[in-house]
Design a protein around this ligand. Structure first.
Ligand code: UD1
Length: 430
């Protein structure tokens, strides 16, 4: 079984290039089927969630061609089905974007209820509320969401919770609807803005993305475009914490520093030095990290997708820190694994009470989900001795070339598929 084997203890040093944002790219891929003209998408991360989504698009007749590793050409003119096979969709959360895009263009869709990381109950009631408000009939039939509409008509939609997925999905369904749709209490995450910018580059009329009120004036049709996906805020944040935890000095390149402000703020509280440039940030970490508290919130708050990485750092900080998870109810599954590496963490409800320890020790652990998996890799990089991390398919859903990028920064990490390779690695690194 494929796993990472890591020998901890090296401070990360050097430069790393951040890939395009997975969560923006998923929305953009779905949006690209809203036109019959050719769309070119650049800076697409080569990660398994994206590749699975592309396969799903191809399975309904959409032409997707790779121009290079991170650039694709999409043409949706030959789509001949609005039913997406569950094999592709069960695994990825963002399968729900097919609902918005297919409904927006063809007024019908059948997609299995979304999968993805098991970090909470993750209902899609707000997506459904949005589609219904636009005039669609929505039923759940044998685990599938089935949507049908004679026509879509604009409406005012107030979201009961701030949700990235529903905000993007309603945009996808409303761009071609008759009239002006208003989404109130919309999510403001960078990827919401990126999907809106992409749609506008195709001729949509969306205003206010990035604020809590988004106004969408329906247009008759969308046209082709060439668009580059924004850098991945969470991949960047993960490398920022990796530098912090290993006492490193890393320049994280191809980022939008504004998107990283909440992450930088916490690292500064923890005693790191952050240098911001136009499209890069440097994280310098010397001496022991200091305690602080983290509470996850919708953007511009501290991202829930950075919560495990934050906790991994605080578990090595001097003093007691609190980490409060306010978005998903089941996002502390990595705590048991981290405890096996020596962390002292008690979870009460949605708060982790962390007593910082001086050191982690290497252990054989498994990734419970995508972001927690990345966080455990960071812990292993800081640990004394050897760790192995199983279930790395979770990590590969969202991080392009993770071990290679870390190795370039001086980490001792290798992806292996057999036990004897683990032994070889240990012999080699000593
Ligand atoms: C997206 C991201 C995920 C990130 C999350 C929050 C993708 C593919 N995934 O997930 O990485 O952790 O945003 O930034 O982009 N909710 C409802 N009803 C709904 C929809 C959501 O109650 O219909 C709740 C959720 O349970 C959660 C909160 O709203 O408590 C936020 O969820 P949402 O922003 O929609 O997350 P996802 O789109 O699933």
């Amino acid at each position: 079984m494929e796993q990472y084997v890591i020998k901890g203890g090296n401070a990360l040093k050097g430069e790393v290039n951040i890939a395009g944002a997975k969560n923006a790219a998923l929305g953009i891929l779905a949006a690209s089927i809203l036109t019959d003209e050719t769309v070119i998408i650049e800076n697409l991360p080569d990660v398994s969630d994206i590749n699975m989504f592309i396969q799903a698009m191809q399975s309904i007749g959409c032409m997707v061609e790779h121009i290079d590793r991170n650039t694709i050409k999409v043409n949706a003119i030959a789509i001949d089905s609005t039913e997406v096979d569950e094999g592709y969709m069960k695994k990825i959360r963002a399968s729900y974007y097919m609902l918005g895009a297919l409904t927006g263009k063809y007024h019908r869709a059948k997609v299995v209820l979304p999968g993805g990381c098991k970090i909470g109950t993750r209902p899609i009631d707000q997506h459904i509320k949005g589609f219904k408000a636009l005039g669609a009939k929505v039923d759940i039939v044998s685990g599938n969401v089935v949507i049908e509409a004679d026509k879509l008509t604009a409406n005012d939609i107030y979201l009961d919770v701030v949700t990235v997925g529903a905000t993007i999905n309603i945009m996808l369904a409303a761009v071609l609807a008759d009239g002006k749709t208003i989404i109130e209490n919309a999510a403001k995450e960078p990827h919401v803005v990126d999907v809106a910018n992409f749609l506008n580059s195709m001729g949509a009329n969306i205003k206010g993305a990035g604020t809590d009120t988004i106004r969408i004036r329906g247009v008759e049709k969308l046209h082709g475009t060439t668009y580059s996906v924004i850098p991945d805020q969470i991949e960047a944040g993960t490398f920022m914490f990796a530098s912090a935890v290993t006492g490193g000095n890393v320049l994280i390149k191809n980022v939008i520093p504004k998107h990283l402000e909440s992450i930088s703020a916490k690292l500064i509280e923890m005693g790191c030095e952050i240098k911001e440039y136009d499209d890069s940030v440097r994280v310098i970490s010397e001496g022991r990290l200091k305690k602080t508290n983290i509470k996850t919130l919708p953007y511009p708050g501290f991202p829930t997708d950075m919560q495990p990485q934050g906790a991994v750092a605080l578990a090595l900080a001097e003093g007691t820190s609190l980490v409060t998870e306010s978005i998903f109810e089941n996002r502390f599954k990595y705590v048991d694994e981290l405890t096996r590496m020596g962390a002292t963490i008690k979870v009460e409800g949605n708060t982790a009470i962390i007593e910082g320890v001086e050191k982690y020790t290497g252990a054989n652990i498994s990734a419970p989900d995508l972001r927690a998996g990345a966080a455990l890799v960071i812990a292993a990089l800081a640990a004394d001795g050897i760790s192995t991390i199983e279930d790395i398919h979770f990590i590969e859903r969202g991080y392009e070339d993770f071990p290679a990028k870390l190795s370039k920064l001086g980490a001792l990490i290798e992806k292996v598929s057999e036990e004897k390779e683990v032994r070889k690695f240990i012999l080699r690194v000593g």
